[in-house]
Each structure stands twice: as structure tokens, then as C-alpha cells.
Design a binder for this molecule. Structure first.
Ligand SMILES: Cc1cc2nc3c(=O)[nH]c(=O)nc-3n(C[C@H](O)[C@H](O)[C@H](O)COP(=O)(O)O)c2cc1C
Length: 174
């Protein structure tokens, strides 16, 4: 029997892969937040969307410097995913708190998170206001993936990629 879902309709669209979304300020200070609402929207040219709450520091930085990186983590970074999803970089240093280390990206100033198995470097193309979020459309400038876990155009089931179900519930590729 079907039941009507009256609130938090988005749960019907989960599980969704969990990402670490990095951005950078005008004075070159990086930030990182946990993000599940990201999706491809065009193959040619490659365009992706990340949906970020207007109140998030990340939203301010992406609007400022017009770039971001989608970092694809594994379950090894689970603790950091929660820290970066529960605290704001506006008033704390999440890299210190989470122990996450950064490396230079190839085409943007926003950094890459060490230990991730895939990276999508984006330049902001368009911003759409959608309720409490901004939908940031990014032109993909560069993307790479760890060949150990990304084979024949697909993540392997042993990649350990986490997926968000709801609240604190996460499922994995083992
Ligand atoms: C599993 C998980 C998924 C999340 N997905 C999103 C998301 O898609 N969009 C969003 O705006 N916030 C999302 N958040 C919340 C942000 O990570 C959180 O508000 C963060 O503190 C923002 O950091 P900032 O202020 O440094 O940008 C998520 C949190 C968790 C734990």
C-alpha cells in the first residue's frame, strides 16, 4: 500500500553519494563541507550541479571566487565527513578539526582533499536560487579518478564509497 510522504520528500531520492565540496576565499583560505546533493546535468559540455544552503560559508565562497571541487571520499574518511557536515568553516578551521589534508588542484584554486578517489574541478557557470539553497552549475574543467576503484567507466563495489540515506544513516559500497 502506498502512503503519502508529506515532508522531506528528498529522502525518496536518496541514497545519494556523499562528497566533500571544497571552495576557497578571495584571500586563498580553503574550506570544505559535506554535500550529498550533487548531480550531472549535461554530458556535452560536462556540467554538474551542487546544491548548497544559502547560509553555508561554502555558498559565500563559491559566489566570491566562482569555483569549487567535488571530492569523492571513501568510508576511510567517514569521521571527517561528519565533522565537515556539522561545523561551519565560517568560524572554525575544519581542516584542523578533521585532520583532512589538501593538495593543489590542476585547473582551479580550490583544493583537492588527500585520500579521495575522485575529483571534479569546476568553474561556476550559473547560479539558480532554489528555496533555501543555491544550485551552483559548474563547468567541469578537469576530472580524475583512482584507476584502482574506477574501472570500465564505473566505481567498483569495493571502492568503499559512502551513500547518504537520511539523518545519520549511511550505506556503502563495501
Ligand atoms: C551526510 C551529509 C550530507 C550533506 N549534504 C548537504 C548538501 O547537499 N547541501 C548542503 O547545503 N548541506 C549539506 N550538508 C550540511 C553541510 O555540510 C553543513 O551545513 C556544513 O556545516 C556547511 O559548512 P560551511 O558553513 O563551512 O560551508 C550535509 C551534511 C551531511 C552530514
Amino acid at each position: 500500500m502506498l502512503k503519502e510522504i508529506k515532508s522531506d520528500i528528498y529522502h525518496l531520492l536518496h541514497p545519494k553519494m556523499i562528497f566533500l565540496l571544497t571552495s576557497i576565499s578571495k584571500d586563498s583560505k580553503p574550506n570544505v563541507m559535506t554535500c550529498a546533493w550533487a548531480t550531472p546535468v549535461s554530458e556535452e559540455p560536462p556540467i554538474v550541479i551542487v546544491c548548497v544552503e544559502k547560509s553555508a560559508y561554502t555558498a559565500e565562497l563559491i559566489r566570491q571566487t566562482k569555483e569549487f571541487v567535488i571530492n569523492i571520499p571513501t568510508k576511510q574518511l567517514l569521521k571527517a565527513l561528519w565533522i565537515c557536515g556539522k561545523t561551519s568553516g565560517r568560524n572554525s578551521d575544519k581542516f584542523k578539526k578533521s585532520g583532512l589534508k589538501i593538495n593543489d588542484a590542476k585547473r582551479v584554486k580550490a583544493p583537492l582533499i588527500e585520500g579521495c578517489i575522485g575529483y571534479i574541478e569546476c568553474k561556476l557557470w550559473k547560479t539558480v536560487e532554489a528555496g533555501e539553497c543555491y544550485a551552483f552549475f559548474g563547468n567541469v574543467l578537469h576530472a580524475e579518478a583512482d584507476e584502482k576503484y574506477f574501472k570500465k567507466d564505473a566505481w567498483t563495489k569495493t571502492s568503499g564509497i559512502p551513500f547518504h540515506l537520511s539523518g545519520a544513516k549511511i550505506v556503502y559500497f563495501k
